[in-house]
Design a protein around this ligand. Sequence first.
Ligand code: TRH
Length: 388
Amino acid sequence: MELKTLDIFCEIIDNYGDIGVVYRVAKELKKRFENDVKVRVFLNRKDEFLKINSEAENTGFQELDQISYITFDYLKENISDIETSDVIIEAFGCTIPQEYMEKAYNNSTLLINLEYLSAEDWIEDFHLQSSPLGKGKLKKIFFMPGFTEKSGGVIADSGYLDTVKNVNENRDFYEKKYLGEIENLENSITGTVFSYEKNFEPLFRDLKNLNREVVLLALGEKTQESMKKFFEKNSVELFGNQAKYGKIKVIFYRFLNQEEYEELINVTDFNFVRGEDSFIRAVLSGKSYLWHIYCQDEFAHMDKLNGFLDKYKRVVADKGDNEFIINMEKLFKDYNFRRENNLEMGNEDYNYFFNNLEKIGENNEVFRNFLIQNCNLINKLKCFIEKY
Ligand code: TRH
């Protein structure tokens, strides 16, 4: 199919991942389809979008970098003037407004349900399977992101890969931009922490014993609130946006727009990330990272984590370092083992991580290169649409 129009629907429930993914996919598909594809993004609400894109305004319809961003309310009010697109992407199985769907059944060709990232094996069987809609000529298919060749892959957008390269080639510039206020930067280990509710006692305990200058950039409200709990308990005072605990300095960083966040995590030595979009950014940076996975009922998040660890091990196993695998697997599991997002104390021990940042980075680079070469979601999605 020669794609001329593409609409992407996004229903934000909470957090930033849904819009984070949609914003990224919209920008990249606009760039990658060589003909002039008209791309529109429809959103149920704007709050999170306003935070990750500092150019965005609080309005029902706006155009940013040749992509239209339209609220569901605006769509419903103006439905008689809005035509549906050739291809529709419904992000994470969201509910597309009925008014739009009624028109789409007969006027659109393909509805792609772009699902959440999962490392579990069963997704390969579902990837690109169709599902009847029972009306009109519109066909629905499932697109299943994952970590294998047979899955939909991960979003390795050229915009982000260019950022990684650019930051690596211009380190001094970006260090000044993001870490300029840090004294003794050359002798410090720096890292970002972006998490859900978490008890940071084990992290501060192990970092204190490390006896090195460490700077933690705490990102997002949940991380900062969780760290504040630790500070209160240990009588650590916050001066402005900074606190000191032994040789550890914590900076409560402002919320960045998405492009700035991408730059920042490529300047620091390690990154603790959460959700799926920041996780994949960390994976594609090839640095050391820990993933705080979104907690689900009945420990479903642990199945997802185990799926990821299996895929990771398969790729890096050739390096033959058993000690590395055992230690990292244990830390990922301990970091995430919880029934719900709360401040329950975990069993994690960070010593291996902080003593082996370089080695972890080397292994992560192998995994990153494998994903870029074999599991690029954007290439797969573009190819699927073109062949359809
Ligand atoms: O915000 P998240 O926790 O989103 C999650 C996931 O989407 C998860 O799959 C979903 O089930 C759950 O919400 C409800 O984490 P994630 O996916 O890492 O998205 C964060 C986005 O925010 C990412 O695009 C990076 C961006 N970001 C900024 O733009 N600026 C910042 O300062 C920070 C910390 C993040």
